[in-house]
Design a protein around this ligand. Sequence first.
Ligand SMILES: CC(C)(COP(=O)(O)OP(=O)(O)OC[C@H]1O[C@@H](n2cnc3c(N)ncnc32)[C@H](O)[C@@H]1OP(=O)(O)O)[C@@H](O)C(=O)NCCC(=O)NCCS
Length: 275
Amino acid sequence: MATLGHARRVVRDDPVPGALLPIEGLTFDQILHDLRVLPIHPGDVLEVHSSLSSLGWVAGGADTVVDALMAAVGPQGVLVMPAFPISRTLSVSESDRARGVQAKVRRLPDDWTGPTGMGAIADAFARRPNTVRGVGLHRVAAWGYDAQRHRDGLTYLLSNGGKALLLGVGIYRFTGMHYAEHVGIPPEVAAYYELPSEVQALYPPDMLVFGGEPPEPGWSKVLAAAEQRGMVTRGRVGAAETLLLAAGQVVALYEQALRDDPYGLFGVERPAAGS
Ligand SMILES: CC(C)(COP(=O)(O)OP(=O)(O)OC[C@H]1O[C@@H](n2cnc3c(N)ncnc32)[C@H](O)[C@@H]1OP(=O)(O)O)[C@@H](O)C(=O)NCCC(=O)NCCS
């Protein structure tokens, strides 16, 4: 159910049993209003990661959110969303866990147009005839001014004042963070989430399997440091909590933390000198 401030917008969960009430919901105008308050301006270059259900009930579903996001940045702005051809996370069995597998997804065919793990809003966006889409596993879809420049990834967005909107999802969905990792992650840290090739070989080639997390949440620490430096604005769209990030600045902060002390960032013991 929506939080108090937005309850007026959601009547779907009305507690009166059997009542014949209109199934209303958040409208285009309400979503656009909330996006403006965040603030998202016409001309913004915006990467979005999202959860439709987090907004509360939306009249018209994911397409209404896509319309509002397009209206918020306008044709002089750019919208970019992940279009990775991967499924939602699959259930993990006891035998998966025994091998260290904590999450798994299926790689989908490149021409897949059904639901993906990117969520209903990103899927609806990628299906729009006026979006362009890159190639490969980590492809993105883009729309707006100069969209072609963004279709191959986030490099341009990150180095040209782009913003990232996390709409009802946390920092661990901000794909841009991976762009800092070209500086390298020590093997002692990577060992927490990378699985040995013998384990990967136990799964079919279209199954992607992942290990666990390092002891401390490095990305959350970067987020906290970014907030202290004024690089992050918290807000709300419908019932969804949002984070609006100065994307390139936050990624640069992560890159610096990786250069300075990657062990401390993830709570991993630094190997003794010479070992
Ligand atoms: C995984 C994830 C997409 C799940 O979010 P979600 O809100 O449960 O799912 P979706 O965004 O796909 O929205 C669909 C859900 O919205 C709800 N829904 C359906 N119609 C709706 C409407 N009109 N209004 C509001 N909610 C609606 C339903 O619960 C639906 O779930 P169902 O299809 O199982 O019935 C989200 O947590 C996430 O991680 N998003 C970011 C993904 C990403 O950017 N990854 C980048 C690489 S890490």
